[in-house]
Design a protein around this ligand. Sequence first.
Ligand code: NAD
Ligand SMILES: O=C(O)C(=O)C[C@@H](O)[C@H](O)[C@H](O)COP(=O)(O)O
Ligand code: ZN
Length: 376
Amino acid sequence: MTTITFATARPYDVTVGRGLDDAIVDSIPERVSKALIVYSAAMTTRADALSRAIEARGITPVRAEVPDAEQGKTAEVMAFCWQVLGRSDFTRSDLVMGLGGGAVTDLAGFVAATWLRGIDVIQVPTTLLAMVDASVGGKTGINTLEGKNLVGAFHEPLSVWCDTERLLTLPRHDLVAGMAEVIKGGFIADTGILDIVEANAGLLGASSEQSGARGHSGADMRFVDPGALPVLEELIARKVTVKANVVAADLKESFLREILNYGHTFGHAIEYTERYQWRHGAAVSVGMVYAAELARLVGKLSDAEVDRHRAILGSIGLPTTYQAGRWDALYAAMKRDKKTRGDLLRFVILHGIGNPQRLEGPDPSLLVAAYDAVSR
Ligand SMILES: NC(=O)c1ccc[n+]([C@@H]2O[C@H](COP(=O)([O-])OP(=O)(O)OC[C@H]3O[C@@H](n4cnc5c(N)ncnc54)[C@H](O)[C@@H]3O)[C@@H](O)[C@H]2O)c1
Ligand SMILES: O=C(O)C(=O)C[C@@H](O)[C@H](O)[C@H](O)COP(=O)(O)O
Ligand SMILES: [Zn+2]
């Protein structure tokens, strides 16, 4: 078991290990009399088990089953959760628990951030992506009709529990989507992550690139190999450590934290343009190649470094290209990125692997040239 502390103003621990059920329930503070479990249908069995364990501790479990994936990150679903909390008389000493992938932990965190202007949330991530990224660091939020994650709050969890046994039921392409955020941590900070992924691509990868990009089903339906858990635990701990170091220095994204957004300017634009039929990690994978191409165009990455992006992402079955002919829609979506200031688009690019910097207001011809380079 590994514990990583987020040393922010209100420090909290992220625990990575196996068989954490008892520890999760034991961690709930004595003052709590009710806990809202936010989950989607895929996690019903786990929600049942958590409810029973909470009840055995004398805490009343209240359930909010929400729509799966991005369909749960909406204002309507937020209102549903507030209604459940209101009808159950939740007070400031009570608590929310997010049990699921990143969509659920983003929603649950935002529900907790807004109820009575902020109550505690314990995050229990069940996908690789949620363990290494979404449930840690305190960014919470939902989508609007106009774009991805446009409404939200910084609201840090009380604790986060990454039980890697949960990954054994995860379809292979959801594991691979999570690997995009792991690899991002390698490109922006801990280059040792890249070496580990390159050495274990066979164990971690999925069968084919494009089948994994779209939707939440119909892809490589093999599950995670139990033999992959030790290497996954190492990667989770390393990526969470990257995030902890950044978030401790800049919780509210005044500047440094933007590096965690590597690949997301173009990636979020793909997700929005595709009406969320692409997995987040798959879109971020293409977004990182786009950012690498931009960096090459301004002379900050070598051909070999850009090739390394394509090679490592492609080796585990992540997409590295996107459809041609969509520039206008993508550009419109990128203008709503949170790093934009006025009319100035701002990108995180690398000046060499492991050295993230900003590219502000690049010439539009460069943006189109980078798009051409990732188009198929
Ligand atoms: N807040 C942040 O800092 C942050 C960081 C990264 C990503 N995100 C957000 O996270 C979301 C993506 O998260 P995701 O990749 O986990 O996708 P997801 O939440 O949509 O989950 C993917 C699928 O896996 C299923 N699932 C979850 N756990 C499972 C398990 N153990 N076994 C079998 N199936 C399981 C879900 O029901 C869903 O169908 C996006 O909305 C993204 O914007 C947020
Ligand atoms: O934690 C961060 O900061 C990130 O940017 C992590 C991203 O992986 C994540 O997808 C995040 O939700 C994106 O945030 P946004 O502010 O661009 O919506
Ligand atoms: Zn992300």
